[in-house]
Design a protein around this ligand. Structure first.
Ligand code: PXP
Length: 250
């Protein structure tokens, strides 16, 4: 397949840091994972610097941003602290996500509509630095319209609900959610947004999401790092790559 038309695979490496932090040691080092990923069929790395620093910490982001040969996507909440970090480090992209301290992982898309004015002001210095802006949103048309209005280049559609329904084998509901993701992708692309997807993706769920023609990038973390425990990262990435490519061909 032509490399340009391929969906890009971004790997979220937060959970390498989770493993390290579980013991308070210096290994496994997320930067070491970046160096491995550079040799594989991967197009970018994502790190989420959470307010509570439960996995990735400031020095990880700094080292990875300085030393990665892959484009870095910095996931973060829309706070003053994160704005300062992003405008100092200037990663390739930032992806804004909602963040609650008590959640285990990001639990839903951003409420761009309610936060519209705040987000415009927040994004201004980031856009000035030519950092690409992605907003993590649910497949909801009015949120996508608001994302376009605040100046996002990209929307990352939350695939988490779909993935949960697929695991539950709730066919009626997962097909409904899949339709929403497809419609949202077309709608977003027509507004000039680049369409990404992420959250909860596995070898199974990626088959559906990668078949959506408008999707340009998928960001996958927890499953890949978990699977690498059994298969190693190279085999895991190669399998994921194959699933994505095969789904795109259909
Ligand atoms: N995209 C966004 C916006 C996320 O918040 C996350 C989780 O950090 C991911 C993708 C990756 O999700 P997962 O780890 O479930 O693959």
């Amino acid at each position: 397949m032509n490399k340009i038309s391929r969906i890009r695979l971004g790997v979220n490496i937060d959970h390498v840091a989770t493993l390290r932090n579980a013991r308070g040691t210096f290994y496994p080092d997320p930067l070491k994972m970046v160096k491995l990923l550079e040799k594989l069929d991967v197009d970018g790395v994502t790190v989420h610097l959470r307010e509570d620093r439960r996995h990735i910490i400031d020095s990880d982001v700094k080292r990875i941003n300085n030393e990665s040969h892959l484009p870095v996507n910095l996931e973060m909440a829309a706070t003053e602290e994160m704005q300062k970090i992003a405008t100092e480090l200037i990663p390739n992209a930032v992806c804004l996500v909602p963040e609650k301290r008590e959640e285990r992982t990001t639990e839903g898309g951003l409420d761009v509509i309610t936060e519209e004015n705040k987000l415009k002001t927040f994004l201004d210095p980031i856009i000035q630095k030519n950092i690409r802006v992605s907003l993590f949103v649910s497949p909801d048309i009015s949120q996508i319209e608001a994302a376009s209005r605040v100046g996002a280049n990209i929307i990352e559609l939350n695939t988490g609900t779909f993935c949960d329904l697929l695991i539950e084998n709730n066919k009626k509901e997962y097909l409904k959610e899949f339709e929403k993701l497809k419609e949202a992708s077309v709608y977003g692309k027509n507004l000039g947004l680049e369409i990404h997807g992420g959250h909860g993706l596995t070898f199974e769920s990626v088959k559906y999401i990668a078949s959506i023609p408008e999707i340009r990038e998928l960001n996958i973390g927890h499953f890949l790092i978990s699977q690498a425990v059994f298969d190693g990262i190279e085999k895991t990435i190669n399998t994921m790559r194959l699933e994505i490519d095969n789904s795109q061909k259909k």
